[in-house]
Design a protein around this ligand. Structure first.
Ligand code: ADP
Ligand code: MG
Length: 907
């Protein structure tokens, strides 16, 4: 049976009829059996394309030796060698190697994290096997599989249509064609080009609308897109925004480094007190110390740690630019249904004209519950109106409720609104059999522009159209209404009564749906979208969808963080207001005249009024994706940085347009996920806020780490230059400088990258997106460090000089090493006191400091290293005194934060 198209393109499925195609594949409509799948898998492998793979470790290793730093150090080693400083040469070579190893490990780690996150968004396919429909990872498809496609899904493999209803596909990624292509099952001539093979669908493209059943003809590299990807050699990686920012930062720091080295060089040269080779070696060492060689890797790690923390909090990052952009977001435009609410919609009320409504009991997707009217349980099948409503709800519906036996719970496949309607029908015991004698001829899925869905149904005798959607819309399309007495014309009075009912149900935060039907001409074969009028109104249903428990807190956090939350929903304005109030998007104390606006009201405004409205109103209802996009664009023009959620096909443009597009992982469509930068694994609004928090921490950590490097390097150089100006012997040798740098830059800065934030990042206004990482707020810190390091060094230098220059250097070395280590504590937060955040709340910092101290003690006290670095022993007491002196860094850092905090409060 394994004859199929995968290996034999000449068979041209597009030129064959459906039967011929199925025959050739040897498959039936109820799909492959498990044995078939196994056999086919062995033959054809997995349905996957080669991915951009992680950079191999040896390339990362080689990269370490291609840097400027490496060349400088090599030159320094050569100079030392020819000037006869053998030990210096060895130390420099050791530094080169250790440096490369640290860089290698850091980069490897960042690379691996980023790569593993990239693989977290898995595409799924709905496959029919052994007569059962279920979801599998797209990778598991084999040629011959029958798959089902619906609006918004990405197409997992190439295939030949065997059933299609209003199918339209977006094939831009394959053909460049930007408008959706209509598809049908008719065979086309063999020579038809790919773009015109209307009976085929292609891997990597999307379903724009409609429904289809497809037999898979080719998978993996044999697909049309696979052929293309084969011809493209490696895929280029793009630079992210953050990388650009960090490049600016690196350039700033290189300039600082070069300027200070030049001043060091000139000062020592013109003082005339030093040998040329000493001058060159020390200058080079200083240059090496000042250039932040580890910075790019460190920042990559900051980013990687940030995205991993976001992933842990359910926000999966698809595009790494957005990690940091998230932190700068000023406005979040969010959906209501499913994001702010739980998405477990449950029909509670059913009604029509008249006062006595029906009530439905039961919770969740489980199809058990009773129908009551006037507090009496009734059999819905004996009630003319109710049974009609239930039938429409069950049939004009594309969702499925399944009983998961393992978990013993009911699960929904499909749209929750339709799920709620289906669940209601199941409670009425509407048998599957009943549905079977009906035949769905055509189905128009719900779309958020028209806000209705429709099904053309052939019953044995008659054909009818069943329509479900936003109630005003349904009412507007209806001319008659179903009553106890049969179908009657709707009077104006009835219309008003129904309107009032819709309004009042929505005020109770209910999502209201209208249902209608009409008989159509027996030779109708398709739904005519233009001709949906003249309906018979059957009734309305009201479903509840409670807010998620953590939404309110998250919205409040946003407000504190200076982030505006806007609700943009397609739902009724009253429902929108009710939910907005309950999650505090609208303040309960807010008594402004306009709490919310509907699209209709927005469209009546001129541009000025529109701008004014979106500045002040936070809830927009009955919105279509176009206007949602316009709101985002206008807010961006006012300088807002926007994160926007979306789930449907029509949301894709808005998601692309937003600064950060956020798609839903559970309910969202593949189209939306593909257009977004962030995917919420739990569809939860609170997760967006968590991601914003992590984004801010990323920025703060990047800033703190670079401030740390700048302040210590700068203070070090200043100390050296000052001593040179005084015409005294250099305070440190070249090897000592290199070693000092290795320890601070190599071990300590990476521990700063792991800082977790101190619950204060959401208490401030968002930083400007354009703000540089290194800016002038670092100046006071540089000043403090420089003054302390220089004065302490001078003091110990002069104190110990009588005991010989080597002793003096040893003590200066200890001072410098420990001031830098202590500065780590300062940099853990630029605002909060270390006593407040706790000395032990970041274990990596303490480990780094412990290791550094150990290394310092070893190289000073172990005779072998002592000789290499030309140190002199210091006594325990001397050591303690020196460390205590160095701790001045912390005390002054604390004082600085205290004063700054007071000043900020005073303002
Ligand atoms: P949102 O998801 O923001 O609530 P939608 O645009 O999805 O908004 O829905 C707008 C209105 O359309 C809803 O208030 C409801 O009345 C109706 N509606 C939503 N989904 C469906 C559906 N699947 N079938 C029929 N009507 C629907
Ligand atoms: Mg919706």
């Amino acid at each position: 049976m394994v004859r199929n198209f995968q290996k034999n393109k000449a068979l041209n499925p597009h030129a064959l009829s459906i039967e011929e195609t199925l025959n050739l594949c040897g498959c039936k409509l109820d799909g492959l059996s498990d044995e078939d799948v196994k056999e086919l898998r062995n033959l054809h492998g997995w349905n996957e394309l080669p991915e951009i793979s992680a950079m191999p470790w040896w390339k990362i290793l080689l990269k370490q030796f291609k840097s400027l730093m490496f060349i400088i150090l090599l030159v320094a080693a050569l100079i030392a060698f020819f000037a006869g400083h053998k030990t210096d040469t060895y130390v420099i070579i050791a530094v080169v190697i250790i440096n490369a190893m640290i860089g290698f490990i850091q980069e490897l780690k960042a690379e691996r994290t980023i790569y593993s996150l990239k693989k977290m968004v898995v595409h799924k396919a709905r496959v029919v096997r052994n007569g059962v429909t279920f979801m599998i990872p797209s990778r598991d498809l084999v040629p011959g599989d029958i798959i089902v496609l619906e609006e918004g899904e990405s197409i997992p493999a190439d295939g030949r249509l065997i059933e299609a209803k209003n199918l339209q596909c977006m094939e831009a990624s394959l053909t460049g064609e930007s408008i959706p292509i209509s598809k049908d099952c008719e065979a086309v001539p063999v020579e038809t080009v790919i773009a015109d093979r209307k009976n085929m669908v292609w891997k990597g493209t999307f379903v724009a609308s409609g429904y289809a059943k497809v037999v898979v003809t080719s998978i993996g590299l044999n697909t049309a897109i696979g052929e293309i990807s084969r011809t493209l050699s490696g895929i280029k990686r793009e630079k992210t925004n953050f990388q650009k920012k960090t490049n600016v930062l690196a350039r700033q720091m290189v300039i600082i480094a070069i300027l200070s080295t030049i001043s060091l060089f000139l000062a020592s040269y013109f003082s005339g007190d030093y040998e040329m080779d000493e001058i060159i070696l020390v200058s080079m060492a200083a240059l090496v110390a000042a250039i932040p060689e580890g910075l790019p890797a460190i920042l990559a790690i900051v980013l990687a740690i940030g995205s991993r923390r976001m992933a842990k909090r359910n926000a999966i990052i698809r595009d790494f630019t957005s990690v940091e952009t998230l932190g700068a977001v000023t406005t979040i435009i969010t959906d209501k249904t499913g994001t702010l609410t739980q998405n477990t919609l449950t029909v509670k009320k059913i009604g029509g004209l008249g006062n006595s409504d029906y009530h439905v009991s039961g919770e969740g997707w489980s199809p058990v519950g009773n129908f009551t009217k006037n507090n009496k349980i009734i059999d819905p099948n004996n009630d003319k109106i109710l049974s009609r409503i239930i039938k429409i709800a069950a049939i004009s519906n594309n969702s499925e409720i399944k009983h998961n036996i393992q978990k013993n719970q009911y699960e929904l496949m499909g749209d929750p609104t339709e799920g709620a309607l289906l669940c209601m029908s199941r409670k009425a015991g509407l048998s599957l059999l009943e549905e079977d004698k009906n035949q769905k001829l055509d189905d128009l899925p719900f779309n958020s522009k028209h806000k209705i869905r429709a099904t053309l149904l052939a019953n044995r005798e008659i054909k009818e159209l069943l329509i479900v959607g936003a109630p005003e819309k349904i009412l507007q399309l209806s001319t008659q209404i179903l009553t106890e007495k049969g179908e009657v014309k709707i009077s104006d009075h009835d219309r008003e009564a129904l309107h009032n009912k819709i309004e009042s149900w929505s005020e109770d935060a209910m999502r209201v749906i209208g249902l209608a039907y009409k008989k159509v001409n027996p030779n109708t074969e398709k739904i005519d979208e233009q001709n949906l009028g003249d309906l018979v109104f059957a009734g309305i249903t009201g479903m509840i969808d409670p807010p998620r428990p953590d939404t309110r807190k998250a919205v409040e956090n946003c407000k504190k963080a200076g982030i505006r939350v806007i609700m943009a929903t397609g739902d009724h304005i009253n429902t929108a207001i009710a939910i907005a109030k309950s999650v505090s998007i609208i303040d309960s104390a807010d008594n402004s005249e306009i709490l919310a606006l509907s699209e209709k009201q927005l469209l009546q405004m001129d541009d000025l009024e529109f701008d004014e409205a979106i500045k002040n109103v936070n809830v927009f209802a009955r919105l279509t994706p176009n206007v949602k996009l316009k709101i985002a664009e206008r807010l961006q023009a006012m300088g807002e940085l926007i994160a926007m959620t979306g789930d449907g096909v029509n949301d894709a443009p808005a998601l692309k347009r937003a600064d950060v597009g956020v798609a839903m992982g559970i309910m969202g469509t593949d189209v939306a996920r593909d257009a977004a930068q962030v995917v919420l694994a739990d569809d939860n609004f609170a997760t967006i806020v968590a991601a914003v928090e992590e984004g801010r921490i990323v920025f703060t950590n990047a800033r703190q780490t670079s401030f740390f490097l700048v302040t210590t390097n700068f203070a070090e150089i200043t100390t050296l230059v000052t001593l040179i100006f005084l015409g005294l012997p250099m305070a440190l040798t070249a090897t000592q400088i290199l070693w000092l740098n290795l320890v601070t830059d190599g071990i300590c800065d990476i521990s700063l990258a792991t800082e977790k934030g101190h619950n204060d990042v959401l208490e401030e206004k968002p930083v400007n997106k354009k703000e540089k990482i290194l800016n002038k707020i670092v100046l006071p810190l540089i000043l403090i460090m420089t003054v302390i390091m220089t004065s302490l060094s001078l003091i110990v230098y002069f104190h110990y000089l009588p005991e010989g220059i080597e002793k003096a250097r040893t003590t200066v070395f200890i001072i410098m090493a420990f001031t830098q280590l202590f500065n780590l504590y300062n940099m853990r937060s630029l605002k909060k006191s270390i006593f407040n955040i706790g000395f032990f709340s970041n274990k990596y910092i303490n480990i780094a400091i412990f290791v550094s101290i150990l290394i310092q003690i070893i190289i000073i006290e172990v005779p072998f290293f002592e000789r290499i670095f030309a140190f002199q022993p210091v006594s325990a007491l001397e050591f303690i005194v020196l460390v205590a002196m160095a701790s001045l860094v912390i005390w002054s850092g604390e004082l600085y934060k205290l004063v700054k905090g007071k000043l900020a409060l005073g303002r």
